[in-house]
Design a protein around this ligand. Structure first.
Ligand SMILES: C[S@@+](CC[C@H](N)C(=O)[O-])C[C@H]1O[C@@H](n2cnc3c(N)ncnc32)[C@H](O)[C@@H]1O
Length: 231
C-alpha cells in the first residue's frame, strides 16, 4: 500500500456520535466485546443464518483480489475473506473504532494479506479496490451516514469491480420473527428500520454506474446485494 493510500484510510479524529451513544455496549466496551465476538453468539443473533450469509458473501470474491471490508465483523468473517483472497490477494479491513481494529488484528494474525485500518467510512476513501464488502454495517448507521458510506464504497470500486452488501431487509408479513425483530430494532438497533424498505441502490448517485442484483433470505429478513461496476 502506498503512503498516500494509507493516509486515505487512516485514523479519524473521533468516534461518530451515533456509535458511542448507541453501540458502546456492543463495539466499544472491552468487557463485553470478548463475549460478543464468538461464533455461537453471532449465529444466535442472526437466527442460525450467520454461516450461510457469510459463505454467500465470501463466494462473491476471487483469489488474488484487492478487497476492502467495510467495518469489523464479529466471528470468523474477516478470516474467511482473507483466506478467500489468499496470499496473492489483499484484504483491507477499515473500522472507525480503534478497539475493533485491535481485536481484528489479533484475529487475523498469521494472515499477512490482511491489513487493518482505523478509518471513518463516512469520509472519502480515495483508494480503489477490485471489490468492497459491507456486511451488516448499513443498518447500524443513521440515514445520512448510510448514504455517504454507500457513495464512498461505490466510488472505491474499480471499473469492472464489485460491491457486496449483506444486511437486514423487511421480513415478509407472515414471518414469525417479524414482531420479535421489530422489538429488537426498537430496543437495540434504532437506525435499522430506515434501511428495511429502501433499496441500497437508491442511496447514492454513483449506483447508476453499476448493475444491481438483490436476493433475500430467511423469509425476507436478510438481503444479499451484489453491484457490478460497468467497465
Ligand atoms: C459491521 S457493523 C456490525 C456487524 C455485525 N453486527 C457483527 O459484528 O457481527 C459494526 C462495526 O461497524 C463499525 N462502524 C460503525 N460506523 C462506522 C463508520 N462510519 N466507519 C467505519 N466503521 C464503522 C463499528 O465500529 C463496529 O466495529
Amino acid at each position: 500500500m502506498s503512503e498516500s493510500s494509507e493516509r486515505a484510510l487512516q485514523g479519524p479524529a473521533r468516534l461518530p456520535d451515533y456509535l458511542s451513544s448507541t453501540y458502546t455496549w456492543a463495539y466499544l466496551n472491552p468487557r463485553t466485546m470478548p463475549w460478543l465476538d464468538r461464533a455461537p453468539v453471532v449465529s444466535a443473533i442472526l437466527w442460525g443464518n450467520a454461516g450461510r450469509l457469510m459463505r454467500w458473501a465470501v463466494s462473491r470474491f476471487e483469489p488474488g483480489q484487492n478487497v476492502l471490508q467495510a467495518a469489523c465483523v464479529y466471528g470468523d468473517f474477516s478470516n474467511m475473506l482473507a483466506r478467500r483472497v489468499g496470499g496473492e490477494g489483499r484484504l483491507v479491513v477499515a473500522d472507525v473504532a480503534p478497539i475493533q481494529i485491535a481485536n481484528a488484528r489479533r484475529k487475523l494474525a498469521g494472515l499477512p494479506q490482511a491489513e487493518l485500518r482505523v478509518a471513518d467510512l463516512v469520509e472519502p476513501i480515495r483508494e480503489q479496490f477490485d471489490a468492497v464488502c459491507c456486511f451488516f454495517l448499513l443498518h447500524e448507521v443513521p440515514e445520512n451516514a448510510r448514504r455517504r458510506i454507500v457513495a464512498n464504497l461505490l466510488s472505491a470500486v474499480k471499473p469492472g469491480g464489485r460491491a457486496v452488501f449483506v444486511d437486514y431487509h423487511r421480513p415478509r408479513r407472515w414471518h414469525p420473527l417479524a414482531p420479535v425483530m421489530a422489538q429488537v430494532f426498537r430496543w437495540l438497533e434504532p437506525y435499522a428500520p430506515s434501511l428495511l424498505d429502501v433499496p441500497i441502490e437508491s442511496l447514492a448517485d454513483e449506483a447508476s454506474h453499476f448493475d444491481w442484483r438483490k436476493e433475500t433470505r430467511f423469509g425476507g429478513l436478510y438481503q444479499l446485494v451484489e453491484a457490478n461496476r460497468r467497465n
